[in-house]
Design a protein around this ligand. Structure first.
Ligand code: ACO
Length: 429
């Protein structure tokens, strides 16, 4: 019996099976070989919400949730946030290595020169209702980009794939800023090629009558760091959506739109919006104990706390907390900051949260930073989607090139009626 194998005794038949263990995993398809007879379709692995199922091999992002570790391509998130720009990190995610000077120059040039969108994009943006949620506008306009680039369907060609990745990483801030300006009833601002990725985005958001917008340095750097922290997070809900939708062979605009749709949910990218709404509803630090009581009674959730994989601390939350101080020094301090600090203080000392390993996640402070920058809560998931586009594309590219991947198609355990006749129409009236 090989050491790296799992011996399974099927008590139903008395047969034993040996399932090879490779990289700490057994193949679910090997379970399918365990049958009670020729008509048995084989044993299934039942895993709602993918709690313990690896859906892919991936060389992009490593997380050790218990130790609070996050690495992109082996580099610790703390070092990347300190020493790199978002565009370097985006290159790293997609190409596997940090760019050398000439590679970075070319990458930056490509991203900068694909930021413009077709004028028709403005027309359909204009068609949205005046108070349309900007995340819905972003999701729709990402999907709509596919109509401008029919060549994107040729995604078996690496050259085409690279071109679509330039376009998507470059255009997502433009679409996001257009959605914001639409919400504000303000004219769209065209991209400024002289500015950095984050600086250009701030310009497209906030430029008014000035000839040239100069992004405030503290905000530009904070945004760039927030982009780095949000760029990828291995097989989370939205990345899984991108991979699953992309596995059908669809163009990357449609796959990324699916990821953005998944990100919109309050349990995922909508969490920082939910945090701000929660902090506003609490209103003052004095009302925090009553709120905590409600959380413990199961009447509400402490948004921005807890994570599917981080059960010690979220390393991104620590970096963001430090970043928040720099932003608040450059802007008005948030009136909600004392509420957040009091919530964190009480929750971290309370048995309910300690026992369940609930710690502040990346979204607990990011909302406060975005609010201090002058952005409405509706923009928070949009700000998450911008950098995550680089991660989604890195994951999509890896999936497309992975010979083990096929169209994603989970199995089910059917629990409905076995068989029945349709009653005559008269009896159903
Ligand atoms: N507030 C109060 N209780 C919580 C919270 C919370 N934020 N999160 C989890 N719990 C409790 C659950 O009620 C459960 O308690 P029980 O054992 O008594 O039933 C226990 O902690 C375990 O929680 P699960 O829901 O099983 O944990 P799971 O890993 O499935 O959920 C999730 C993770 C969705 C992030 C959850 O913690 C949550 O809803 N948090 C608030 C939303 C949020 O901040 N999301 C952002 C995540 S980060 C991101 O997407 C970038």
């Amino acid at each position: 019996m090989p050491n790296d194998a799992l011996s399974v005794l099927d008590n139903r038949t008395g047969k034993t099976y040996e399932l090879p263990i490779v990289d700490g995993a057994v193949r679910a398809t090997d379970l399918g070989k365990i049958r009670t007879g020729p008509h048995d379709p084989g044993l299934l692995a039942y895993d709602p919400a993918f709690m313990n199922t690896a859906s892919t091999r991936s060389a992009i992002t490593f997380i050790d949730g218990d130790a609070g570790i996050l690495r992109y391509r082996g580099y610790p998130i703390e070092q990347l946030a300190e020493q790199c720009t978002f565009l370097e990190v985006a290159y790293l995610l997609i190409h596997g290595e940090l760019p050398r000077a000439a590679e970075y120059h070319d990458w930056r040039w490509q991203i900068t020169h694909h930021t413009w969108v077709h004028e028709n994009v403005k027309k359909f943006m204009d068609g949205f209702h005046h108070d349309a949620h900007p995340m819905s506008m972003l999701i729709s306009s990402l999907a709509a980009l596919a109509t401008f680039y029919p060549d994107a369907r040729e995604n078996r060609d690496p050259g085409h794939r690279t071109l679509q990745m330039y376009r998507l990483i470059a255009k997502v801030p433009t679409l996001a800023a257009f959605a914001y300006r639409h919400l504000r009833g303000q004219p769209y601002v065209y991209p400024d090629n002289d500015l950095t990725y984050a600086g250009n985005f701030l310009s497209m958001l906030f430029k008014t009558t000035e000839v040239k917008y100069g992004p405030p340095t503290a905000l530009e750097r904070a945004l760039d760091v927030l982009f780095i922290l949000h760029a990828d997070h291995e097989q989370n809900c939205s990345t899984n959506a991108v991979r699953a939708v992309g596995s059908s062979g669809v163009d990357p605009y449609s796959a990324v739109a699916a990821g953005a749709a998944a990100l919109y949910g309050p349990l995922h990218g909508g969490a920082n919006e939910a945090v701000l709404r929660m902090l506003r509803a609490i209103g003052s630090a004095g009302r925090v104990p009553e709120f905590i009581r409600k959380v413990k009674a199961g009447e509400t959730k402490l948004m921005g706390f807890g994570h599917r994989v981080y059960k010690n601390h979220d390393p991104r939350a620590r970096i963001i907390k430090r970043m928040a101080d720099a932003v608040f020094a450059a802007t008005k301090p948030s009136l909600l900051l004392p509420v957040a600090l009091e919530l964190e203080r009480i929750a971290l000392a309370d048995d309910y949260f300690v026992q369940r390993k609930l710690y502040p996640n990346v979204d607990f402070y990011s909302g406060l930073i975005y609010e201090a920058m002058g952005l409405p809560v509706e923009m928070f998931p949009v700000l998450f989607a911008i950098p995550r586009t680089a991660g989604w594309l890195a994951q999509w590219q890896e999936m497309v090139g992975d010979p083990e991947q096929k169209i994603a198609r989970p199995r089910q355990i059917y629990t409905g009626p076995a068989w029945r006749d349709v009653p005559p129409r008269e009896s159903r009236r």
